[in-house]
Design a protein around this ligand. Sequence first.
Ligand SMILES: [Zn+2]
Length: 282
Amino acid sequence: MLPFYHLVTDNPPTHIRNLYKHKTLTEFKDDLDYLLTHFKPITLKELLEYHQSKKPIPNNSFHLTFDDGLSEFYHIIAPILIEKKIPATIFLNNHFIDNKDLFYRYKASILSDKLYTDTVLGFNFKNKNDIDELAKTFNIGWDDYLAKHQPYLTTEQINELINQGFTIGAHSLNHPLYEELSLDEQIYQTIASIEDIKNRFQLNYAVFSFPFTDFNVGKKFFSSIKNHVDLTFGSAGIKDDEITFNLQRLPMENKVDGAVNIKMAYSYYLLKKLIFKNTIKR
Ligand SMILES: [Zn+2]
């Protein structure tokens, strides 16, 4: 069981609040209590060892993951996880570490607030420059926003989290939707992201989570990156994958509470398994 989150907060920031539902502190703690009652937390290292030795992972194990490298992980999430002794992995976008740049979807969320329109939320990776043009027209400076709000983890915070036992992975350079990229661009975004994270933080393991989704990412991609990575992670729910080193995770930021979300995903998985349709084919 691989639940995944982005943000836990009681005050969702402008760059996220128009995009997806976040978890409040109470909701998050309730999720963790449910998980701890029914499952046993394992570290990424244990998950990697099980995978490399091809030994079956003990039933009812879970490993928590958090995408996008948000600063709330340092300020809010890490203290809760340390208190409850739950290990976790954080997936980072290289271009955003140290608040050097902002994910184009976050820019859209900020613009939609300032311009009082949801239309900008429809912009995609290919027309992300239009978002910057629009911001310029309305005199909105991303550097000012980044400096004031510090949405992302800094190198110093990441090193501190590593020293506290958290593990980290790559999440692409700047969060494109892979389905919209050419195969070469997909491979470049992945390998460059993984190698940079490994070098910057001197890691002896390499993991990667797909930005948005691995939907429509094909066999050629996986065979091209397999020597650069130990495990990759998708976000299709509780599912098996034809690519044995690509593990699917369960998105937790739904409208239903964590316990119901997990129960629903499990029943769906078991039902699909009965009719042999629970494996993603590439
Ligand atoms: Zn992401």
